[in-house]
Write a protein that binds this ligand. Structure first.
Ligand SMILES: [Zn+2]
Length: 467
């Protein structure tokens, strides 16, 4: 068995071989922090979270880098229009740094609820202005970028012959439909901004050799991937809508600035659609995660995303979410009953159970086939039926333990689902509250009340220690 991944560069499934044995460097384009994260973000970051988890599970040491775009992402996605964060700042009447910090923390909070692991490094664009200026200077010196009289710097696309090879577009196709703004100071319409001059009232700006300004969106990813992963690294991920122009531009910048190939495998997740149209903040047809979490447990949302292969679009529907909810509840109930039986066992055994072993092999084979989570979940569902059969039948210890391990490894560690019964977690929270009260009594040297609480907890089988 070996892992096979679909590589956007070749449009083929390829056997995965890391550049350095046993190690993987992975860069995924992070959020632009100017609004509430929505289901589209969840699909992308849950997808790469599972890829991250699976690579670690099969033994790789993974360095996972994700950027936080807190400056430079313009409304037009390329280099026209207002900065998305600056616009939001005006709407909320706060400064752009406040906007970025506010939505960054909401983003991480939503990801935590979805059980998405924090990347090894989360890098903010505003923390890398020196390196950005440095890379732009390299591109200018090599003749691949030019400074205009207005103080803007653009990439000279016609000079990079490979431009369009990732998205399989010719430069003409890439430009068609693109309006040349009347005020544009570009040599050619396909050129893209590396540095934009800031107006006097623009708050997020930095001094540069070309005057006060701020970086374009594409350059930050070239700079941050180079800084943390080197010139050539294993996996670059993002949503399919990033292939063009964003990743195309990254390739053009990085390959020239670093004199090196850029990425071995480009992996792109498909989008969330609403009646066939992309879900996005700019399109106004999105559902924010905090709103969605009011009606659905974040674990249900995670399962809903994973039921579909990451390269297929997910057409948003409440029917689909309700199906996922039923499934999640069924598995959670069974796992909770299973764990009560496992707790009662007085010994553990590592005895292999062929039936469960076979399920696990099938599960891993599905994951090896370009992370086919939809198929792998069907084996999780088979395990759930086997759990019910076992706990209502002979309760054979080796079977109980093997099933518990299967759920821990495949369902929880790899897929990142959490099968904790809500009532169980409430119980834990309650015990914590009681324990806090007890601690307070002890701090106040009210040992009598503290001991009464301890004895009452002991009576229901919960022992507490004062260490
Ligand atoms: Zn990026």
């Amino acid at each position: 068995m070996s892992l096979v991944v679909y590589n956007t560069i070749t449009r083929k499934k390829e056997v995965f071989e890391s550049i350095e044995k046993g190690k993987v460097g992975m860069y995924v384009c992070g959020p632009t922090v100017y609004g509430y994260p929505h289901l589209g973000h969840a699909k992308s970051y849950v997808t790469f979270d599972v890829i991250y988890r699976y690579l670690m599970y099969i033994g790789y040491k993974v360095k996972y880098v994700q950027n936080i775009t807190d400056v430079g992402h313009l409304l037009g996605d390329s280099d026209s229009g207002e900065d998305k964060i600056a616009k939001q700042a005006k709407a909320e009447m706060i400064d752009p740094y406040e906007v970025a910090y506010k939505y960054e923390s909401i983003y991480f909070d939503c990801m935590r609820k979805l059980n998405v692991k924090r990347p090894s490094i989360s890098a903010r664009a505003t923390g890398h202005i020196i390196e950005i200026i440095d890379m732009i200077e390299k591109l200018i010196n090599k003749g691949y970028a030019y400074v205009t009289k207005d103080g803007n710097v653009y990439y000279r696309v016609s000079k990079f012959k490979k431009y369009g090879s990732l998205s399989k577009r010719t430069v003409d196709e890439a430009v068609s439909g693109k309006r040349i703004e009347a005020s544009s100071d570009k040599e050619n319409p396909e050129d893209f901004a590396l540095w934009k001059r800031a107006e006097d009232n623009h708050l997020m700006k930095w001094p540069s050799p070309w005057g006060d300004g701020y970086p374009g969106w594409h350059i930050e990813c070239s700079v941050m991937s180079k800084k943390y992963l080197g010139s050539f690294f294993d996996i670059h991920g993002g949503g399919m809508d990033n292939i063009f122009p964003h990743h195309e531009c990254e390739v053009a910048q990085s390959e020239i600035a670093n004199d090196s190939p850029f990425v071995k495998y480009f992996i792109h997740n498909n989008l969330i659609t609403v009646s066939g149209q992309k879900m996005g903040k700019s399109l106004g047809n999105f559902m924010t995660l905090p709103d969605l979490f009011k009606d659905y447990d974040p674990m249900v949302v995670r399962l809903y995303i994973l039921l579909n292969h990451y390269r297929r679009p997910t057409d948003f529907s409440t029917d689909g979410l309700n199906e996922a909810k039923k499934m999640y509840e069924k598995i959670t109930t069974s796992v909770s009953l299973l764990r009560k039986e496992v707790e009662k066992l007085e010994f553990t055994t590592m005895e292999l159970v062929p039936e469960v072993q076979e399920l696990k092999e099938k599960f891993l084979a599905a994951m090896d086939d370009d992370f086919n989570t939809g198929l792998s979940i069907s084996y999780l569902y088979e395990a759930q039926k086997l759990i019910n059969k076992t706990i209502t039948g002979d309760k054979k210890p080796s079977m109980l333990l093997a099933l518990d391990n299967f759920i821990k490894d495949c369902g929880e560690e790899i897929l990142g689902l959490n099968f904790k019964n809500n009532n169980d977690s409430k119980e834990e929270e309650l015990i914590e509250i009681i324990n806090d009260i007890r601690k307070k009594y002890r701090e106040e040297k009210n040992y009598k009340e503290a001991d009464i609480l301890r004895d009452k907890l002991k009576n229901i089988g919960i022992s507490v220690s004062d260490r």
